[in-house]
Design a protein around this ligand. Structure first.
Ligand SMILES: Nc1ncnc2c1ncn2[C@@H]1O[C@H](COP(=O)(O)OP(=O)(O)O)[C@@H](O)[C@H]1O
Ligand SMILES: [Mg+2]
Length: 212
């Protein structure tokens, strides 16, 4: 059975699709990975289409599917049978599909840009993960290396007892640039700083993902 990781965050633009694509591409080097696009915007499907033309069909090396509505739980279970990791890009609201995606998860990752508005918007997502009794980790995205806002965000998350990963993604053009090509940064620029961030993130999640 696969490990199911749901990337959830009600706030649009927080980095859900970016995080799913980066993890999927990096993990696909050593594991059978499926990514499930539950967002009606279907950005992950667009990424996969670019990926197929960049890497040529089978070489894309991972399964990307979309799914909505009542079929979701069944689709997650189906993908879990034939993969090692299932990553779910969940829709930006806290309704049925987001709840099902969280319920199916072994781990819920919540990308968060360090800003008060994003922090407040994250509360329903954290509450949902809590209500479903899922392990949850906040991933700071587009994070500055240091500064007052970063410290305040970490402090507020600590007060809310929301565990935050030490590994964070900085604001780097390498991320959208790789997305545009259907790649992850570990593929487009494996020696770059963005790739190092993604690898550090995966290393910190070794309790769920194992070590590479
Ligand atoms: N770490 C990052 N550095 C630079 N740009 C980023 C980063 N993370 C996300 N972005 C950009 O921010 C926008 C929103 O990210 P996206 O992954 O689509 O968020 P969501 O899926 O939560 O709506 C996109 O244009 C994406 O390329
Ligand atoms: Mg998205």
């Amino acid at each position: 059975m696969a490990i199911v990781v749901t990337v959830a965050q009600q706030k649009g633009g927080a980095g859900k699709t970016t995080l799913v694509a980066q993890l999927a591409a990096a993990l696909a080097a050593s594991r059978r990975v499926a990514a499930l696009d539950v967002d009606p915007q279907a950005s992950l499907m667009r990424w996969q289409a670019a990926r197929k033309s960049a890497l040529k069909a089978a070489a894309a090396g991972l399964t990307v599917a979309d799914c909505a509505g009542w079929r979701l739980a069944g689709e997650i279970a189906r993908l879990a049978r034939s993969h090692d990791v299932v990553l779910i890009d969940s829709p930006p609201h806290a309704e049925t599909e987001a709840r099902l995606a969280v319920r199916a998860a072994d781990l819920v990752l919540v990308p968060l840009q360090p800003s008060p508005l994003d922090l407040w918007a994250t509360e329903p997502t954290l509450a949902l993960a809590h209500a479903e009794k899922r392990a949850v980790r906040v991933v700071l995205n587009r994070a500055p290396a240091r500064g007052r806002l970063l410290d305040a965000t970490r402090a507020e998350l600590a007060r809310a007892e929301a565990p935050v990963l030490a590994a964070a993604l900085r604001n780097r053009s390498a991320y959208p640039a790789a997305m545009q090509r259907g790649l992850g940064v570990t593929e487009s620029a494996p020696k770059g700083q963005a790739a190092a961030e993604v690898r550090a993130l995966i290393a910190e999640l070794s309790d769920w993902l194992g070590s590479t």
